[in-house]
Design a protein. Structure first.
Lengths: 552, 571
């Protein structure tokens, strides 16, 4: 056993990296080239090598020889012989299928391996793609089927190197400001610049589509703005909800030279197409009845976009995926904190949006001060004797509610507010009656779904400007609420089952600051709420956060 | 002192590489654990493992090939090999000699040959350090040969090369050969190899020929009889062609005699013990073989791995245990960590078995262990194994689980008795007094009857499995009573308070008769059977509640002695 080396390679191609090892940083940066980080609890980080992770590496021109050399350098034990054989086979699949433009309407699929060619020709599910090109030998495909073919091929295990290039969208010059509208100096951070450069590839065919993976709070929106500026074409931005639409608009106005009149919103409130148009996934998939076609998806093709940005690409719904097959000639940028999709459709993202172009581990950003350090604490709060009895007699659904609304949580909230006096605190809850009561009793401002837009904006602004230090919010704050100075989050109740909800809530306090951020979760001791909380506990520790359990 | 072998590295691009994907240690323990839990009777005639057990065992093996082999051939050579090894190590016991049962066949029979698990031997073994376990295993395999059961005659479990014809395999030089010594010698030679480098087998054979020509067959072998001595050193080995069975003799004076005998042995040794133990990989020629049988110059290359060199140099460390904050336990070990895993699987489920085996702590398993062993301290045990404090969240959870197991005492077949005054004459039913008004009591039905007799108007409440039932509004109790709406308004603010309404449903059955006479007779029968029935003589119908259907059927059956009754459904 050579413990001088930090990596253990398992025969199922899982890679275990020891965090406390002196070679950790170097090895981690090496693994980021071709493996997916699966989980990162305190001592051992787990990576997985998959066909997709290797195709991503191949798409970024990482040499296989270097991968093997690196594995030999870092591996504590001999590499299981099947690992390299499998990896080589997967890696070499990429680039064997190249999609090239023959004419404006016709593409050719070049297959460099006769064995694969044979399989593709004989695959009945692919037959309908091939068209005749004046009797010339080769596999020819109509331009309109570019996305469908890539999607179908990846489902059969063959990634396509797409060198057909992109259509130039309508020109729209946009530059980043050096001083933002609030008067702060502004420049992209080095990793943000690097991400934009790797995506854009100086306008070459090899770039222009793909996904950038960065943790919450690391400025993915800024990368979006940088990309818009680099391409300077009409751009469609798809965000997760209306609040996020507002955030994109504010960031565009604050950090670029764009005029307000050049930004359009295509939402339930406003429907306008401008050089930079922001919409939501919900809006794109909206229809009055199930039988109606998804009219709003026509926005993709009805306008000459030079770039489409998919914010939080891991949430991309299936109809938008399908619509994306039709716009493969447009540059496409996906932004996300995790490539892991709850539905397991990571390969769809690879085929239709593009390969992972850039990825920085959050620990790197944390150590460089670009995101805040966070400590997660779960407080287990006993129920009162009366609540205990009610809990024992309640049905399953009511049990969760009784546990969530534990009266003693209020005392703890007061104590935590006292402990973090002077800091910006967000109190978030699942149940309206609970947070309304809490806000009323503690005389705190509150934002809920029913809060009027202007009132909501005012409260956000007051919180940003630190005119108010504590804000109670419902789950509307899960996504894209820009609260830069919140350093404490107290979660009085939650769904606790959703990994995304947890990540998003935590993301609210990860923006860089001098002090350590705290994420408190209050659960009722010995109840279903505590059991549900174990999912959250697992998720957070596997993300690498320090997790404490305390009693109240 | 041996000169260091100067083996030649070789390019294996055009060769067919074979690696053993089984982990013999893991499979051995899986086999033993299975046998421990099952009563297995070996087959009467062939002493083989039963088909169903073979299938289950194959599924437990570390390479899925075992189960594929069972599905196609009905047996798995690997499972049989592991079975033999478990017997050699005396982890299990069964008759492998048999007795002649008087059949026409000369073969032995094995009546009622059950496999017995030898707890003591097995526990002694897994209590050893992993390196010691490995050395025991190696020693057993080095010494495992008898009669014709050696590399010359028997094909290895994972090997491709056939053996010499077995006739005469118990004569000549064979009884005097020390295979253990020869194998040990070759293992020592292999220690000079660099891990990961492919060496040519012929260079090893040439090295042996030049420097150790008598490593296996002595220059002057011991013979048991003069006839054996007449055969000479190579008298046991006969080459043959595909067509001729008898073959050609090999003369000791032939220039290539060593390659044809010891050389063949070396090839078969490499695809035997070291391959089975996962110490080496081998590479075979892909060209069609046209020479004399058994094949030679087929296993052209081999390479040893780190594990082999570490075992030989004694560098194998004890398993390293890391408890992660996500409740995973990582057990890092170059060799299968049988003891550590057997300790940990009591508390955790195995997720992966590999260089790092991963287990996940399971609350249910921990609680079961805690309930069975009062002195068990899971935290201490895990901290001892890992050599450091557990992550704070894991420690707290384990403390809480331990607390749960201590907080409850399980009483079976008892009920909770609650009364609003002292009732001394129920002491005979009392198991535990909780408070003056509350007790745990046995024989609830007898107690209920007893209280009714005393005119105390008892209430017997049966709770559901998912939640406690609310007590009636008028009951004297400390527990919540039925107050419609209170809980629901707490549980869901949008849920309306609804008035409880009960609708009782009753199904009536009507028999429509075609003749008044038969109806009268049927009606009489019903009256005799005290069955309430509504009669409509004008419509010739009898109507009764479905609950009386059995009585009506009885009446109908009685009348069947005189009538052929047919009941038709009216659509």
């Amino acid at each position: 056993m050579n413990s001088q080396k930090p990596l253990i390679i398992q025969s199922d191609r899982t890679l275990m990296l020891e965090v406390g090892h002196p070679g950790y940083v170097e090895c981690r940066d090496f693994l980021a080239l071709f493996a997916e980080l699966v989980k990162s609890p305190e001592f051992i980080h787990t990576y997985r090598v998959t066909p997709l992770s290797l195709w991503n590496a191949a798409a970024l021109d990482v040499e296989f020889k270097k991968i093997v050399e690196g594995l030999e350098t870092f591996s504590r034990y001999g590499i299981p012989s099947n690992v390299i054989v499998d990896m080589r086979e997967w890696f070499e699949t990429y680039g064997k299928l190249v999609l090239q433009k023959v004419s404006q309407d016709l593409l050719e699929l070049e297959v460099k391996d006769s064995r694969i060619l044979e399989r593709i020709i004989n695959n009945k599910s692919l037959e309908h793609f091939w068209v005749d090109n004046d009797g010339l030998p080769g596999l020819f495909i109509p331009q309109v089927k570019r996305g469908d073919l890539k999607h179908a091929l990846i489902k059969t295990g063959y990634p396509v190197k797409d060198l057909c290039g992109y259509l130039d969208g309508e020109r729209f010059d946009l530059t980043l400001r050096s001083i933002d509208l609030e008067g702060n100096s502004f420049a992209m951070r080095d990793y943000q610049k690097e991400a934009v450069d790797l995506f854009y590839c100086a306008g070459q065919k090899t770039g222009g589509s793909g996904v950038i993976v960065l943790p919450c709070g690391s400025g993915k929106t800024i990368i979006g703005l940088g990309t818009v500026a680099a391409i300077s074409n009409h751009t469609l931005i798809i965000a997760t909800n209306n609040v996020s639409v507002g955030q994109w608009r504010n960031e565009l106005l604050s950090k670029t030279n764009i005029k307000d009149s050049d930004i359009g919103e295509f939402t339930g409130r406003v429907k306008e197409i401008k050089p930079i148009t922001i919409t939501t996934y919900q809006m794109l998939t909206y229809r009055r009845s199930k039988d109606e076609p998804l009219h709003n998806l026509e926005i993709f093709t009805e306008h000459n976009w030079g770039l489409i940005i998919y914010d939080e690409v891991h949430m991309l719904p299936a109809p938008v995926f399908r619509a994306t097959t039709a716009i493969q000639a447009r540059r496409r940028l996906g932004l996300t904190a995790t490539l892991v999709r709850e539905d397991g459709k990571e390969d769809d993202v690879f085929a239709l949006i593009g390969p992972k172009r850039y990825d920085v581990p959050w620990k790197t950003l944390e150590s460089r001060g670009f995101i805040a350090q966070a400590i997660c604490t779960e407080f287990r709060v006993s129920l009162s004797p009366v609540e205990e009895l009610n809990y024992a007699h309640a049905d399953k659904r009511a049990k969760f509610r009784i546990a969530a609304e534990n009266e003693r949580k209020k005392e703890l909230v007061c104590e935590l507010m006292e402990n973090h006096k002077g800091e910006n605190i967000l109190i978030i809850g699942q149940y309206i009656s609970q947070i309304e009561k809490l806000a009323k009793e503690l005389k705190l401002p509150i934002i809920m779904g029913k809060t009027r837009e202007d009132e909501r904006e005012k409260l956000y602004e007051d919180f940003r400007q630190e005119r108010i230090k504590i804000l109670v919010v419902s789950k509307v704050a899960n996504f894209a609420v820009d609260l830069p100075d919140a350093s404490v989050m107290i979660q009085v109740s939650g769904a606790f089952g959703s990994r995304q909800e947890e990540a998003q809530r935590l993301g609210r306090i990860l923006r860089p600051k001098e002090r350590t951020s705290h994420f408190y979760t209050l659960v009722s001791k010995g109840t279903v709420e505590q059991s549900f909380g174990s999912n959250r506990q697992l998720f957070l520790v596997e993300q690498g956060y320090r997790y404490q359990i305390r009693y109240f | 002192m041996k000169p260091e072998p100067n083996l030649t590295p070789i390019n294996i691009d055009k060769l067919s590489v074979f690696s053993n994907k089984y982990d013999l240690r893991q499979d051995l323990h899986a086999f033993v654990e299975y046998v421990k839990e099952h009563e297995i009777k070996r087959s009467h005639r062939s002493n083989a493992l039963p088909g169903a057990d073979t299938k289950r065992l194959a599924k437990l093996m570390s390479d899925p090939f075992a189960i594929k082999e069972v599905e196609t051939d009905g047996f798995s050579s690997w499972v049989n090999y592991v079975d033999e090894l478990a017997l050699l190590l005396r982890f299990v016991k069964y008759d492998n000699v048999g007795s002649y049962a008087g059949y026409s066949s000369h073969q032995s029979s094995f009546p009622d040959n059950y496999i017995e698990f030898n707890t003591k031997k097995y526990e002694e073994f897994i209590d050893l350090q992993v390196l010691e376990q490995e050395k025991n295993l190696l020693e057993i395999l080095l010494k495992n040969y008898f009669d014709g059961n050696n590399e010359f005659y028997m094909k290895s479990v994972l090997g491709r090369l056939s053996g010499f014809p077995t006739w005469g395999s118990r004569t000549g030089i064979m009884p005097g050969l020390d295979f253990a010594r020869g194998r040990r010698f070759l293992i020592e030679i292999l220690q000079y190899c660099k891990a990961g480098v492919w060496y040519s087998t012929s260079s090893l054979i040439q090295y042996l020929k030049k420097h150790h020509p008598f490593f296996l067959i002595p220059q002057m072998p011991k013979y048991e009889s003069k006839w054996d001595a007449e055969k000479g050193r190579y008298g046991n080995f006969h080459e043959r062609t595909e067509k001729s069975g008898n073959g050609t003799n090999i003369s000791e004076h032939d220039a290539d005699a060593f390659e044809r005998v010891e050389g063949r042995y070396v090839e078969r040794f490499l695809e035997g013990l070291p391959l089975n133990l996962g110490y080496i990989e081998v590479a075979y020629s892909t060209k069609e073989y046209k020479g004399f049988l058994p094949e030679m110059d087929r296993l052209l290359a081999f390479r040893v791995n780190d594990k082999f060199l570490h075992v030989m140099s004694g560098e194998i460390k004890e398993p390293r245990v890391i408890v992660q904050p996500n409740f995973e336990i990582h057990v890092e070990s170059e060799l299968y960590p049988a003891r550590t895993l057997s300790q940990l699987t009591k508390f955790a489920d195995v997720v992966t078995k590999d260089r790092t085996s991963i287990l996940k702590l399971q609350k249910k398993k921990v609680l079961t262990q805690l309930s069975q062993r009062d002195d068990l301290d899971v935290i201490k045990l895990l901290e001892n194994l890992s050599g450091k404090e557990l992550p704070q969240n894991v420690r707290i959870e384990l403390e809480e689980w331990a607390g749960v197991s201590e907080a409850f005492t399980l009483y079976e077949n008892v009920v909770l008795f609650e009364g609003d005054r002292e009732l001394p004459d129920i002491d005979q039913f009392t198991i535990e007094s909780i408070s003056p008004a509350m007790r745990i009591v046995h024989s609830p039905d007898r107690l209920f009857a007893h209280l009714e007799q005393k005119e105390l108007i008892p209430l017997h409440i049966k709770h559901q499995s998912s939640a406690l039932t609310l007590l009636p509004e008028g009951a004297h109790t400390v527990f919540p009573k039925q107050e419609p709406g209170v809980l629901k308004s707490k549980a869901g603010e949008k849920a309306k308070v609804k008035k409880p309404v009960t609708i009782k449903r009753e199904v009536q059955i009507t028999y429509r008769f075609l003749t008044k006479e038969f109806m009268e007779e049927f009606h009489k029968g019903l009256i005799a059977a005290r069955c309430p029935v509504a009669v409509d003589w004008s419509k010739l119908t009898l109507t009764f509640a479905s609950q009386y259907e059995p009585e009506v059927k009885k009446v109908s059956n009685t009348l069947k002695t005189d009538y052929a009754i047919k009941i038709e459904e009216i659509a």
